[in-house]
Ligand binder design. Structure first.
Ligand code: COA
Length: 331
């Protein structure tokens, strides 16, 4: 079977920088509290009127450019987000429209911080079986519209930022290069630990003035539970991926962990016995961009020359659902 490879990578971060000090001017928090617990210094916010698909469009254009392709070359779009333009239709079709193309299939993936890895696995499978040849995979988020900028929502509000990343997945002409394996998991018993419950379809009508007054349009999270599970599941899935690929931890040149919290990643790296410099981090500058986090990181490490042809990388993620996963790639 043909192996699939990432042929191009792009990212887009909105220009507006929001520091911890800016947030401290809006509600009771401090730069010290945020940095100490999360490592975050600043994040980017999209302006009013900017959609998730707008950030995705910029990242996709960059990915296409780096692959030497035009929008018309894409034959499928997989779009990962938890902050879609609208509840329906999916955001993939809006991106397709903005790219100026029609007819190709578009699929939205709703797996939060693991969304990019799920999407990449779908694209990988399409390419390997020969169903599609140029799959655009995008992770994009506009969190800043759905955060509660009061004391009641500060635990979540300080963590998230806006941003998008994109890759083009296609057949590899070198069988030793490409996506080696993907390992995806979920445990729905923890579905309510980190969620946004405003869309409660069991209620008639499903949004009321009361649910708005109760603040259910904002995400809610039991932060400690997320932290605890993340530091358990990340090392677990890293070992699973290593074993399945017949690799040792030292074989991995660079780990690209999802950027949820610097402390989670430091703890996971320590448990795995991986030096911190091999566990990439950019959360200091962007906060948690959920589905955007991994392709943004990938685009940065390529630009910085941290990976080159033949490098072995492992992407690993954990998030709401709970969902988690790891993907091994020979670059
Ligand atoms: C969110 C997180 C940083 C909170 O840290 P914590 O040490 O667990 O803090 P707690 O929630 O127990 O709150 C401790 C205190 O800080 C306060 N606090 C919460 N957010 C705060 C903020 N932004 N600024 C200042 N104080 C804050 C709480 O109100 C609480 O005060 P109290 O002791 O007076 O009640 C941490 O749990 C975490 O990072 N979890 C993982 C979250 C995550 O990664 N989510 C995304 C997954 S993809």
């Amino acid at each position: 079977m043909t192996r699939a490879r990432i042929l191009g990578v792009g990212r887009y971060l909105p220009e507006r920088r929001v520091t911890n000090f800016d947030l401290a001017n809006m509600f009771e928090t401090s730069d010290e509290w945020i940095q100490q617990r999360t490592g975050i210094v600043e994040r980017r916010y999209a302006d009013e009127g900017v959609y998730c698909s707008d950030l995705a469009l910029e990242a996709s254009r960059e990915a296409l450019k780096s692959a030497g392709m035009k929008p018309g070359d894409i034959d499928f779009i997989v779009f990962a987000t938890l902050s879609p333009d609208h509840h329906f239709p999916g955001t993939g079709v809006y991106l397709q429209r903005k790219l100026g193309i029609t007819d190709i299939g578009c699929m939205d993936i709703r797996n939060q911080c693991t969304g990019f890895l799920y999407s990449l696995a779908v694209a990988d499978a399409f390419v390997r079986i020969g169903m599609y040849k140029r799959v655009l995979v995008v992770g994009s988020e506009v969190h800043s519209s759905a955060l509660n900028y009061t004391k009641a929502g500060r635990d979540v509000a300080v963590l998230f930022g806006d941003g998008a990343g994109a890759v083009i997945v296609g057949p590899s002409d070198d069988p030793s290069r490409g996506i080696i394996s993907s390992h995806l998991h979920a445990d729905g018993r923890f579905a309510d630990i980190l969620m946004l419950e405003i869309f409660n379809i069991s209620k008639k009508p499903y949004i009321t003035h009361q649910t708005l007054d109760e603040g259910r349009q904002y995400p809610k999270m039991v932060g400690r539970e997320v932290f605890k599970m993340a530091v358990t599941k990340i090392p677990e899935v890293v070992h699973e991926a290593l074993q399945a690929s017949n690799l040792k931890i030292e074989d991995i040149d660079l780990f690209l962990p999802h950027q949820a919290n610097l402390r989670i990643n430091q703890y996971a790296a320590q448990q795995l016995g991986v030096p911190e410099e091999k566990f990439y981090s950019n959360i200091q500058r962007y906060g948690n961009t959920t589905a955007g986090s991994l392709p943004i990181a990938l685009s940065e490490v390529l630009e910085q020359g941290l990976i080159k042809e033949g490098s072995l990388i492992m992407m690993v993620a954990f998030g709401s659902g709970f969902t988690w996963g790891a993907t091994v790639i020979r670059w």
